[in-house]
Design a protein around this ligand. Sequence first.
Ligand SMILES: Nc1ncnc2c1ncn2[C@@H]1O[C@H](COP(=O)(O)OP(=O)(O)O)[C@@H](O)[C@H]1O
Ligand SMILES: O=C(O)C[C@@H](O)[C@H](O)C(=O)COP(=O)(O)O
Length: 336
Amino acid sequence: MSDVSFPASRRLDFTAIGRLCIDLNANEINRPMEETMTFTKYVGGSPANITIGMSRLGMKTAFIGKIANDQMGRFIHGYLENNGINTSNVVTDDTGAVTGLAFTEIKSPTDCSILMYRDHVADLKLQPREVQEQLIADSRVLLISGTALAQSPSREAVFQALAYASRHGAVIVFDLDYRPYTWTSPEETAVYYNLAAEKCDIILGTREEFDMMETFDHNPEHSDLLTAQKWFDFTAKIVVIKHGKQGSIAYTREGLAHRAASYPAQVVKTFGAGDSYAAGFLYGLMQGWSIERSMGYGSAAACIVISSHSCSDAMPTVEQVNDYIERCNRGEITVS
Ligand SMILES: Nc1ncnc2c1ncn2[C@@H]1O[C@H](COP(=O)(O)OP(=O)(O)O)[C@@H](O)[C@H]1O
Ligand SMILES: O=C(O)C[C@@H](O)[C@H](O)C(=O)COP(=O)(O)O
């Protein structure tokens, strides 16, 4: 059992707030963007990917966000609906804002990058008054994503959602999801990330993301333990620090450290690892599994996504994750 106690039964298991975007993933892989001519369109945006992941794992999910009033916005809306995600709080923009685009460059399985087009995007225009309190009251978990803090009014919408979640006892998860190009300065980013993290029960991020949050702190050796301890003075119960292929470490308020190695994978591209890890990990915790088992589940889900072309569309089902773990245990999957 983990240290987090999820509210028993609610209409929804999991609700996320943040961006709904489009990923355009290079079809001609193992080459730079300059030489890439065609792309495949998928729903994207880290919190959208995590919600799709939770839904594929059988959780009852909802999304709070804003989409553009255009073909891309309607594509996203339809995809969420087809994946069983409650869209009653997905609002359509009426100001002419556009859908955020992420073009992915896959130079090699270890050298991937993302070119984001995020000027005048609809997702950052979500208003605090558009966030439905009842939807959050009906959810066992609320996940926030750091990029939604980058600008007003989305920033205030996230803080309003946090207030509703605290009021109604939903477990709050913060996926740091730091995208530097969305922000004006690391200082501004650190201030808002820290204010949000104070209110969260579970914090998930990479070492680099926590380094950004520690802009005003003293952690010269980038100690994961020091990083985690800071948040146990507030409301955090679990802090997970991800280290790519090296695996992940989770600290709990009780002072325990849990480590997970990564599983072998035939990697196509690295992005999407964190989103699928988050879905698998949170699914495990919500089943009442131990932190180690949940981390292992997240790690296996991550391998399935990084071995695929997309992030959202490749999110695995329970059967697929179980099968992947069994195949790894039988030694049938080797590192590419
Ligand atoms: N090359 C890889 N091989 C196997 N598993 C990986 C690899 N890269 C990431 N993972 C898994 O995905 C998890 C999250 O990846 P990470 O790269 O740290 O997050 P993010 O995608 O948010 O930057 C890791 O803890 C690990 O389990
Ligand atoms: O988050 C985005 O806007 C882009 C994602 O859809 C993208 O595919 C990605 O970068 C996934 O992020 P990760 O899981 O942190 O690697």
